[in-house]
Write a protein that binds this ligand. Structure first.
Ligand SMILES: *Cc1c(COP(=O)(O)O)cnc(C)c1O
Length: 402
């Protein structure tokens, strides 16, 4: 079985490009050119140079000794939290801004929920001197003020999405509307392995630098290129896609995706998309999504704003459905506990999203000589408010910020 995208843009039965007629020319143009462009030597050189000198790659593969002791196995942390702007998202925005320039696009639009992708996009637009417009739900603008301030400081225009629940899916709808109205000069930088083909494949390729580095770093540390287990959290799925990329066809490696269970899988307030979701189309792609029987999107919930997406990337839907990847879940409370544990025993404060990946260590059985890599997708500075609330009241998490 193949786990990569096919000629038609599908992963098994998932994926494709289900888009309004008005966007066909744009998507077609991107589909026809993206592989050719990103394989060119000049593009590779520019991409690699910026990842090295601007982003700070390679990120370390750190042997977490005290965490390993605690779980009686050998745990490495892939330190994406050390990237410029604090997470893996910049790998993708660097790739897409270079691609946009090759395609002759002069204007960039993006959607953002928590603001992390918005900041990563505003950053590369500043770097390249390109106009940047970020759509963000009005509700999210209010609750993510520091990231809004960052985007503005970086010169981006933050436009509020006023429809629906005024959150991520509404921001995405606004961005798509903008693209329909500005097809020729604008490139839409999508922030995860979601959306119509070729976005899921393109974003996965830009993020694949994570597992590319893991291979030689494991060779250096362990004398072999592969781990036994890779664990990554999944919102749309881009950090997981990057961490899995070079091991998809390698059966020796167990792939574990972790979704947010929010207040509990059965609570009605979660983002356990692959478990609770059914097949449908969201943002141009066929995948698993949380919806009512008549196809209305169910608002997802997680304490981490980066995981509360109602869908999942089509590749992940395929990996999970085919059994290649295993999916586990972590609640808000479990994620908070895991974040505190990492801070206390390794001196690393992870992002709340990342904390979900750490939280499943408690749910797995390891052998002592197994090699486990956790993709540490981002750092926790942005989540200090939630952590402070938790430290003041460690077991009394309520859905207060929902
Ligand atoms: C955005 C984000 C995620 C979730 O997005 P994916 O596309 O699933 O990787 C995870 N971790 C961090 C730190 C993020 O900022």
């Amino acid at each position: 079985m193949s786990y990569s995208v096919n000629e038609q843009g599908f992963y098994g039965e998932f994926g494709g490009a289900f888009i309004p007629e008005m966007l066909h020319a744009n998507i077609e143009h991107l589909s026809k050119n993206y592989l050719k462009i990103i394989r060119e030597a000049e593009f590779r050189e520019q991409f690699d140079a910026l990842l090295k000198d601007f982003v700070g790659r390679p990120t370390p593969l750190y042997h977490a000794k005290r965490l390993s002791q605690r779980y009686n196995t050998k745990i490495y942390l892939k330190r994406e939290d050390l990237n410029h702007t604090g997470a893996h998202k910049i790998n993708n925005t660097i790739g897409q801004i270079l691609l946009a320039r090759k395609l002759g696009k002069k204007r960039i639009i993006a959607e953002t929920g928590a603001g992390q992708h918005g900041v990563a996009t505003a950053t590369v637009c500043a770097l390249m001197g390109v106009q940047c417009i970020v759509y963000m739900g009005k509700t999210d603008i209010a609750r993510q003020a520091p990231n809004v301030a960052r985007m503005r400081m970086l010169g981006a225009e933050v436009r509020p999405a006023l429809s629906g629940s005024q959150t991520l899916k509404d921001a995405t709808n606004e961005a798509i509307r903008d693209w329909i109205n500005n097809p020729s000069d604008t490139h839409y930088i999508i922030g995860s392995v979601v959306g119509p083909h070729p976005y899921p494949d393109m974003v996965a390729r830009f993020q694949s630098v994570i597992s590319e580095e893991m291979r030689w770093q494991l060779q250096e540390h362990e004398g072999r290129e592969y781990p036994d287990i890779i664990i990554a959290c999944v919102g749309g799925g881009s950090n997981a896609a990057g961490a899995f990329y070079h091991y998809l066809e390698d059966d020796r490696v167990c792939l574990i995706a972790v979704e947010a269970a929010g207040l509990g899988i059965d609570s009605g307030a979660s983002a356990a998309t692959s478990l609770l979701g059914t097949k449908g189309i969201i943002h141009g792609s066929k995948t698993l999504l949380m919806q009512t029987e008549d196809g209305q999107i169910v608002e997802p919930y997680s304490i981490s704003a980066g995981l509360d997406y109602p869908g999942i990337g089509p590749q992940h839907a395929h990996l999970i459905q085919s059994g290649r990847a295993q999916v586990l879940h972590a609640t808000d409370q479990e994620a908070l506990d895991a974040a505190l544990e990492l801070a206390r025993i390794e001196g690393i404060i992870p992002a709340l999203e990342t904390a979900h990946a750490l939280a499943v260590l408690d749910k797995l059985e390891f052998k002592e000589d197994e090699i486990v890599v956790i993709n540490l997708s981002g750092r926790g500075d942005k989540d200090l408010a939630a952590y402070i609330e938790y430290l003041e009241n460690p077991s009394g998490r309520h859905k207060s910020d929902h």
